[in-house]
Each structure stands twice: as structure tokens, then as C-alpha cells.
Write a protein that binds this ligand. Structure first.
Ligand code: NAD
Length: 455
């Protein structure tokens, strides 16, 4: 055999390979464009369910996969368990078969696209807990077939998609960018935000290869208003961490300012409101009883963990984490001295908390500072009750507390503490009836009374 013959054989196989790649990509592109791609969403929580609804509304057939049987059962009945997902929107999608749910990962084999939206909490040591992502990805890898687009949406440290997911998905012999496509796209949903929801929040997406980014961009553009492609999965992962670290550090700054203002007898809320009149170069952040939710108190530690491995201490994050972590203790001290000023000891006093969700008008208590404050108050011997129209009960270490009727308790307790400024609380009635109020959110802005102690 002559050398030129071998060259032409190689050329032929390269060409054939290129055609196969083009075919796999082209088939998936066509399915996405024609909305015939079978969409899968793994993890049907605050992030996954709204996303599943958005793709089903766009016309795709969507299968949600979750391990929690109660969620699967609710969805099959067309019932929403996420505040931001209206039942009137969900039910027709379920009834028309556009949205189905299962706990059986074998459906993965028939899916064309899969978004992973499982939790990424911290371990007690503040290290990333990747067990949910790993277990979901292992299940996907077990049922992997060529021609799929896989997108991780769970917030995580830079490098996760590349270093952790890619080896699992390629273990069966398929090649990324050729046989399947892999991206990271941070979820930016803000529960309870009436203006910005899944469909109109710009979606950042970065792929392992340019073909992956292109596929991810095409996919999201079918259902969401704006897609922002970036050059790699690590950039996309870092975008989310920058956004949440920015918030966490700025909140740490105003919390520290609140501590300073408290010592100096200055109203920190007035300071921030006046500073916010500057039309450029300033963005207001507000102090509060501490950080809450599944994002801001957690995500920055994913970054500090990873940056430590790269030899850089994330000092801003550690400092802001420390200051924010002190806020529930500061609130406790405020309550104690407010009671003491009225010759009442904290021990044995009845403290009624208004709002236990981590922010206004939502039902999520994950990492809520209210839980810390209640715990600290009980440890110092106070009797604690609470009212929250969104949270019927909370689980504490050794017991369950049920929400009480605010009207009945505000007047009969020794001190009301506003921890979450839900819009539906009757603040005028609180000022009128409560003997003493510690307001950690400036919910009583505009009210003047000796009973009010502000953060
Ligand atoms: N909640 C938010 O506001 C928000 C905003 C932006 C980003 N995020 C990120 O999105 C991710 C998901 O957060 P969330 O708030 O939706 O969490 P969530 O707890 O509300 O939902 C996660 C769901 O995943 C399911 N699950 C866990 N392991 C699974 C597995 N192996 N297979 C299938 N399902 C599994 C759980 O049962 C749960 O229903 C996290 O990384 C979070 O940091 C959350």
C-alpha cells in the first residue's frame, strides 16, 4: 500500500467522523428548534419546578425527576408546592401531558436534554457537599446515550462541571462536544420576586466546548427571553459566585455599619436612604438580623473553599461571613437590653417573633436567622412564640413550634421582634398594641414611638 492511499483512507475516516459529529449535533439542534426534544429536569425544587414549567410552556414535553415521592405525587395531581409556580399555570401542563414527573431515572435514556437542579449545601465544616450532584450525575451516566445535552444549574465551585461531571459522563466511552454536550448555567431565580422570574432573567451559559455552548444557548433561547453565552463552564460557575459573593460582602459591610451606627446613636436606615439618592456609584444594601436562604449564606463558601485550594485566602468572604454570623447575637443583645431598660429580665419573658421566613413574603426558612434568634432566646430562658402567615410550623432541635395568631399575641407578650417584614402584617396595630418592639428590618419606618427599638 502506498503512502497517498493511507492518507486518503485517513481523510475518509476523518470526513466520516466529521459527518457523524455533524449528524449528532444536527439531529439534536433540529429537535430543539422544532420543540420535539424530550426535556428532563432533575430536582424539582425552587429552581427545577419553575424551569420545568417554563420549558413545558414553550411547547416541549418535559419530564421532572425527583427522589421525593411527595413532590412527584403533587405534580401528578397538578398541585404546586412552590409559591412562585401558580397552580393555574401548572395544572393545564400536567393535564395535557406536557409535564410529567417520576422518581425513576431510567427515563433518562429517552431524554434529549437534562438540567440538573439538585441542592448544593455546605457540610458542617463549610466544605461543599457535592453528594446530591454526584448521585444525580451517576444516575444520568448509567442511562447515558449519544446525542444528549446535559446542563448543571446547581450553584457550585468553579471547575465542578469540568472536573467532576465530565469524567462521570465520559466514562462509558462517549466524547463531549461530539457524542454529547455539557454546559453549566447558573440559576438566578429570586423566589417571591414579582418582576423577575425564570423566563425574563438573562441566562448565562458556558459549555465544555464551543459546540456545547452553542447547543446550550440554542436550548435556552427556545424558552427564555435572553441568553448570555460565555467561553467556558468555569466562567459560568464563577459568574454565579461573583453575584452572590457581591451581595454577601455588601450585606456584611452594612451590617458592620449598623453596629457602628448603634454605638454612635445614628439611625443607619436614614443614612442608607440618603446615600441611595446618589444617582451613580452607589447601590443600597440593608442590614438585618442575619443572612438566610439557600444561596447568600452558602455559595461564597464554595468560592473560598476552591480558592484555598488555589492558594488564595478569600479574606473578604471570611470577614463578611463572620460579621453576618454575629447579627443574630446582636439582635439577642438588643432584645435583652430593651427588656432590661424596662426592668424586665430576658429569662422568663415572653418574646413574640413576627416572621420566620428568611425574607419577606416567601415561605422558605432555610438558614433563616429567625431560627438562630429563637434558639438563642430559648437558651437564655425566654418563652418564644411566633407568627408567620407563610410558615405554619418550624422544627427546632427538640420540638415543633406552630405559628400563632399575631393579633392575639402581639398585645400579650413582653416584646415583639420583627425578624421578617412580611407585607401582610398590620404594623400600625403592632405599634399600638405591643408593649415593646425590636425592629430588625425597618418595617416601622415612619412610625415614632418610645416602644420601638431599631437595629
Ligand atoms: N432557591 C433559590 O433561590 C436558588 C436560586 C439560585 C440557585 N439555587 C441553586 O439551585 C440548586 C437547587 O436549589 P433549590 O432551592 O431548587 O433546592 P430544593 O431543595 O428546593 O430542590 C432540590 C430538589 O432536588 C431533589 N433531589 C435531591 N437529590 C436528588 C437526586 N439525586 N435526584 C433527583 N432529585 C434530587 C430534592 O428532593 C429537591 O426536590 C442549588 O444548588 C441552589 O444553590 C437556588
Amino acid at each position: 500500500m502506498t503512502w497517498p492511499g493511507r492518507v486518503s483512507l485517513n481523510r475518509w475516516s476523518t470526513l466520516k467522523l466529521k459527518m457523524e459529529i455533524a449528524t449528532i449535533a444536527e439531529v439534536l439542534r433540529d429537535k430543539i428548534r422544532s420543540l420535539s426534544a424530550r426535556v428532563g429536569i432533575v430536582g424539582l425544587g425552587y429552581v427545577g419546578l419553575p424551569l420545568a414549567v417554563e420549558f413545558a410552556k414553550a411547547g416541549f414535553r418535559v419530564t421532572g425527576i425527583d427522589l421525593q415521592e411527595s413532590k412527584i405525587a403533587s405534580l401528578r395531581r397538578g398541585e404546586s408546592y412552590i409559591q412562585d409556580v401558580a397552580e393555574s399555570e401548572l395544572r393545564p401542563l400536567v393535564e395535557s401531558g406536557k409535564l410529567t414527573a417520576t422518581s425513576d431515572f431510567s427515563v433518562v435514556a429517552d431524554l434529549d436534554t437534562i438540567n440538573i437542579c439538585v441542592p448544593t449545601p455546605l457540610r458542617k465544616t463549610k466544605d461543599p457537599d457535592m453528594s446530591f450532584v454526584v448521585s444525580a450525575c451517576q444516575e444520568i451516566a448509567r442511562h447515558m446515550t449519544p446525542g444528549k445535552l446535559i446542563i448543571l444549574e446547581s450553584t457550585t465551585y468553579p471547575g465542578t462541571t469540568d472536573e467532576l461531571l465530565l469524567p462521570m459522563l465520559e466514562a462509558g466511552g462517549l466524547k463531549v462536544g461530539q457524542d454529547f454536550f455539557l454546559c453549566f448555567s447558573p440559576e438566578r431565580v429570586d423566589p417571591g420576586n414579582p418582576k423577575y422570574q425564570t423566563a425574563n432573567i438573562p441566562k448565562v451559559v458556558g459549555g465544555i466546548t464551543p459546540a456545547c455552548t452553542e447547543m446550550g444557548t440554542l436550548f435556552y433561547s427556545q424558552a427564555l427571553e435572553r441568553v448570555v453565552p460565555v467561553s467556558s463552564t468555569s466562567v459560568a460557575e464563577m459568574v454565579k459566585l461573583l453575584e452572590n459573593t457581591f451581595r454577601m460582602i455588601n450585606i456584611g459591610l452594612v451590617n458592620e455599619l449598623a453596629l457602628m451606627c448603634d454605638r454612635m446613636g445614628i439611625n443607619v436606615w436614614e443614612v442608607i436612604d440618603a446615600a441611595a439618592t446618589k444617582p451613580f456609584g452607589f447601590m443600597p444594601f440593608y442590614p438585618g438580623p442575619g443572612l438566610g436562604g439557600h444561596c447568600i449564606p452558602i455559595d461564597p463558601f464554595y468560592l473560598s473553599w476552591k480558592s484555598k485550594q488555589a492558594g488564595i485566602e478569600a479574606r473578604f468572604i471570611e470577614l463578611a461571613g463572620y460579621i453576618n454570623g454575629q447579627m443574630p447575637h446582636f439582635v439577642l443583645d438588643k432584645i435583652q437590653s430593651a427588656l432590661n431598660d424596662r426592668s424586665k429580665p430576658l429569662r422568663g419573658s415572653h418574646v413574640h417573633i413576627l416572621g420566620v421566613a428568611y425574607k419577606r413574603d416567601i415561605d422558605d426558612v432555610r438558614e433563616s436567622p429567625a431560627l438562630d434568634i429563637i434558639h438563642l432566646l430559648r437558651r437564655r430562658g425566654a418563652n418564644v412564640t411566633y407568627s408567620d402567615p407563610f410558615v405554619p410550623s418550624i422544627r427546632l432541635d427538640d420540638s415543633t413550634l406552630a405559628s400563632q395568631d399575631a393579633e392575639a399575641f402581639v398585645g400579650s407578650c413582653d416584646c415583639v421582634v420583627i425578624v421578617t417584614d412580611h407585607a401582610s402584617f398590620d404594623y400600625a396595630a403592632v405599634v399600638e398594641n405591643a408593649p415593646l418592639i425590636v425592629d430588625t428590618r425597618n418595617a416601622l419606618k415612619g412610625f415614632e414611638s418610645d416602644k420601638i427599638v431599631r437595629l
